[in-house]
Design a protein around this ligand. Sequence first.
Ligand SMILES: Cc1cc2nc3c(=O)[nH]c(=O)nc-3n(C[C@H](O)[C@H](O)[C@H](O)COP(=O)(O)O)c2cc1C
Ligand SMILES: [Mn+2]
Length: 463
Amino acid sequence: MGKNLNMRDWIETLDKAGELVTLNKPVDPKTQMGALLYKSRDKALFFNAVAGFPGWRALGQAPGNLRQAALAFGVEPKLMVKEFARRVTKLRKPRIVDDGPVREKRFSGDEVDMTTLPSHIAGLRDGGRYITSGLITVRDPDTGVLNMSFHRMQIKGPRRLGILMVPRHLYLIYQKNEAQNKPTPISVIIGHHPMYYFASAYTGPADLSELELAGALLEEEVEVVKCETNDLVVPAHAEICYEGEILPHEREEEGPFSEFQDYYVAGTGMNPVIRVDRLMMRKDAIYKEIQNGSEVEGCIYHKVPMSAAMFDRLKTVGGYTDLVNVMILPGIFGVVVQLKQRFKGEAKNVLMAALSSQYLHAKVAIAVDEDVDIFNPAEILWAMSTRLNPARDVFIVDETRVHPMDPTGIEVVPPGSPLGWSRIGSKMGIDATKPPLSDAASRELFERIRPIGLETVKLEDFL
Ligand SMILES: Cc1cc2nc3c(=O)[nH]c(=O)nc-3n(C[C@H](O)[C@H](O)[C@H](O)COP(=O)(O)O)c2cc1C
Ligand SMILES: [Mn+2]
């Protein structure tokens, strides 16, 4: 028996670290919760009562920042991306067990009522209440591989949800099934250890099973129970789960929705629909809210796995680079790459790779040296203002595919269409590194000042 790390362990970890604030008065998920979550960038919030949803408790902004994310990995923030990249290599197959706490309470067919879940409204212009913490598992009909990914689901009725699928793995599987007039069976979990969320937001190859990746990140295999209405599985220690089908050839208005860039530019339109057939949960299930926007929880779940996936890729550019760290910038369309540049041109090569990785998001990539604190935006701007020769160190590539939620891009294919959804725009690399190691003389000009005794001389000793 493993530890079966789950959301309750995570709540305890946050609490012990002084990262959790408990709200005892009832909070209205339709009019108050979004604001509280959006503003709470320092602490995670535990809602002991949700107005209009008797008996429910909920967790949000957990992790709400990189410090809390690093707590889940048990390392300091600047080592987290490397630690993620290290764990990714040790995939673990899930273990099927007979029963688990997620099956304690069960509802079938018309007993199911998704409108009773205490999902909050994230933004003023949102189309309604959304399940924002749902991780969808699906089986590829050709390879049998189980894919798990994050998708917003709009609550449209007791058993009816709208879904947005950006053209990646779930959408590809849905299209294969739809071509044969078949529905796509899915299972969904709400509320689990953050490693499930990080794994689900990681974009790897299509045949990577994110359930195995969750096992790698947790450093123990995931226990799953078999679904009751389809041949899928569901993590046994989740708070809530449901089973259903994404229906073929059905499209309905979905959105708008507050997205990760802090805009409503978010694939609103004719999107597919889910019918829910089974809902199960722990007897005292805790709901998981995720607030979206820049530098809040939804953004943290993007930043950590994206940075780790890019770290893995960028260290192979040219066979090897002395890569120190990678961090996605606020709004997700930018990335900062930290390296010890050996030769002239090495940073530019790395920047080109950062602009065309498995993620479409990055359109601005900035390279900095090891002596820049990439977690401090002022330091990144300092490097750009003191180490950049704009005429030589900036390059722009026009007419490239950009992320479909990038409002600067021009939509070439609308959401919901067979080819998927796409925008065209441009990308920029900014090489804010100092001269490379191979040019020691020029490099010396960029040595940062260092007062004598910087580490040892302390103010307290002179008061
Ligand atoms: C908080 C959050 C919400 C997301 N919502 C969606 C969504 O609604 N639709 C979507 O297609 N991708 C969404 N994503 C992104 C995908 O989950 C992510 O790109 C994932 O890697 C896709 O899985 P795949 O690589 O197996 O296709 C979201 C990611 C996060 C972190
Ligand atoms: Mn996948």
